[in-house]
Design a protein around this ligand. Structure first.
Ligand code: HEC
Ligand code: HEC
Length: 417
């Protein structure tokens, strides 16, 4: 994918400026009762700034191209049969359109696969918000047992056996051979290029009043007013990145389908939940898995709402197939799950959700708004992944070079012969 020129220079600065702008212009009227329940300031919807990048991993075209190749290369998973791109398929909204994602061969995942479009702007990744950067997220994905199930040394050895990667990693990172840590940097860079600054919403917010239809403008007013979506879905990516339990119902797959039940139970076990909860809890405890605080049970990160039209079904286990169903859910004031209904002595449902009394016309307007702000589909021609080659001759390496590429054990053994 060709990067627009303006993405390259001084990204961090422009992002900070946009955030400042957004927070200076805080939404005016608010229901006083609501301010008590949730006193934080809700930044208004704002145009998407250029993607930010950490100082030690600036965006360059060459790194994004390398990251794109790695994103679609199955060498980066356990049995080399699937890639990031299989669960984040450009034709499926850069996600996966089953309610619950496919998993590593022989497994299914336990949650809905999220789009990677516009993830550059998030500081908490996953439904549970448990990865704090794209650089940290990528290895979790490719090593996780029900996702990539890859092993560090094996994935790295495969890259080191591929002439294309030896050349590109050399040019970009200055290493003799590819290092896995650099691969995650490249993948993160590629993901940052999948951001969409030019949607009808961005144009509308920049002053082009024709950019949204009259129906969508009505939807926007409801979103910011009567329907109160703005309370949680705010700012440029339409998320406050906080956690709430909305009472999203349990996915039937977890009880009725063996492979799903196995994954759910394994995840709970691997995340170290208390034995009693392991036996009794049947819903996704979300933030609880990170904090182990029962008040957090069933809370998930507010989902970003750009690119929605391509990413059905919705919610953490794809509980709703259509945006109409999502709006009906909110119109009823959310739902119930075992962390809201008292079955384990917990009533964690957010008090922010209340029945909305929306008319049919209002519901349709909200759907039209969410559809129209999704922007153009990001289409993509899949690359041909690079083939393996013959291993490079390492005998002439100095000790320092060998250390850098992790070959010191090999050289020591060779020296003893
Ligand atoms: C087997 C399917 C699968 C594979 C392979 C996979 N993912 Fe994912 N991805 C998912 C699922 C499912 C989620 C949501 C998981 C969760 O929240 O626990 C997810 C979440 C994410 C997110 C978080 C998005 C957000 O809004 O927070 C990013 C970013 C991401 N994946 C990138 C990648 C990258 C990069 C790779 C390859 C290195 C990859 N994924 C490989 C299924 C997969
Ligand atoms: C109290 C905070 C809050 C409010 C208010 C709220 N949401 Fe959400 N929204 C969330 C959270 C949290 C999630 C993820 C929930 C989950 O998967 O369990 C979410 C998920 C969604 C999703 C699914 C996105 C996806 O990628 O699957 C849509 C669509 C959505 N919300 C739209 C809306 C609309 C429209 C409104 C107003 C009628 C609204 N939300 C009000 C917090 C909120």
């Amino acid at each position: 994918m060709k990067l627009p020129k303006q993405i390259l220079p001084s990204l961090a600065l422009s992002f900070a400026a946009a955030l400042l702008l957004a927070s200076a212009n805080v939404a005016a009227e608010r229901d006083p009762a609501l301010s008590k329940i949730d006193p934080d300031v809700d930044p208004p919807l704002a145009p998407l700034p250029l993607p930010p990048a950490p100082p030690d991993n600036p965006i360059t075209q060459a790194k994004a191209d390398l990251g794109m190749m790695l994103f679609f290369d199955p060498k980066m998973t356990g049995d080399a049969s699937l890639s990031c791109g299989d669960c984040h398929d450009p034709k499926q909204g850069w996600g996966f359109n089953d309610p619950i994602s496919r998993g590593y061969p022989g497994t299914v995942h336990w949650r809905n696969s999220q789009t990677v479009v516009n993830t550059a702007y998030l500081s908490k990744l996953f439904w549970q918000g448990n990865a704090k950067s794209l650089e940290a997220q990528a290895p979790i994905a490719n090593k996780g047992a029900v996702a990539g199930n890859g092993e560090d040394d094996v994935m790295e050895a495969r890259l080191r056996q591929t002439p294309y990667y030896i050349e590109k990693f050399g040019e970009i990172f200055g290493t003799m051979q590819p290092n896995l840590g650099d691969a995650w940097m490249a993948i993160a860079t590629f993901e940052r290029t999948l951001s969409q600054q030019d949607t009808p919403l961005d144009r509308y917010l920049a002053g082009d009043t024709e950019a949204l239809s009259a129906q969508a403008v009505m939807g926007k007013q409801l979103f910011e007013g009567k329907a109160n979506c703005i309370e949680c879905h705010n700012g440029p990516v339409l998320t406050d990145e906080k956690y709430y339990n909305l009472g999203v119902p349990r996915p039937f797959e977890w009880e009725e389908m063996g492979l799903n039940t196995i994954t759910f139970r394994w995840e709970a076990y691997a995340k170290g939940v208390h034995e009693k909860y392991y036996r009794e809890w049947k819903d996704d405890a979300g933030l609880y898995y990170s904090t182990k605080r029962s008040v957090d049970a069933g809370k998930h990160r507010t989902a970003p709402l750009r690119y929605l039209v391509y990413t059905a079904p919705y919610m953490h286990a794809g509980q709703f197939y259509t945006l109409e169903e999502v709006i009906d859910f909110y119109n009823e004031g959310g739902g119930e799950n075992e962390f809201t209904d008292g079955s384990h002595g917990l009533e964690n449902k957010t008090p922010i959700l209340k029945p909305l009394n929306l008319t049919d016309e209002e519901k349709e307007a909200l759907v039209a708004f969410l559809e129209e702000i999704s922007g153009e589909e990001i289409r993509f021609k899949l690359p041909e992944v690079p083939p393996y080659g013959v291993a490079p001759d390492v005998s002439g390496l100095t000790q320092a070079q060998a250390k850098r590429i992790g070959l010191e054990t090999y050289l020591a053994a060779a020296g003893q012969q």
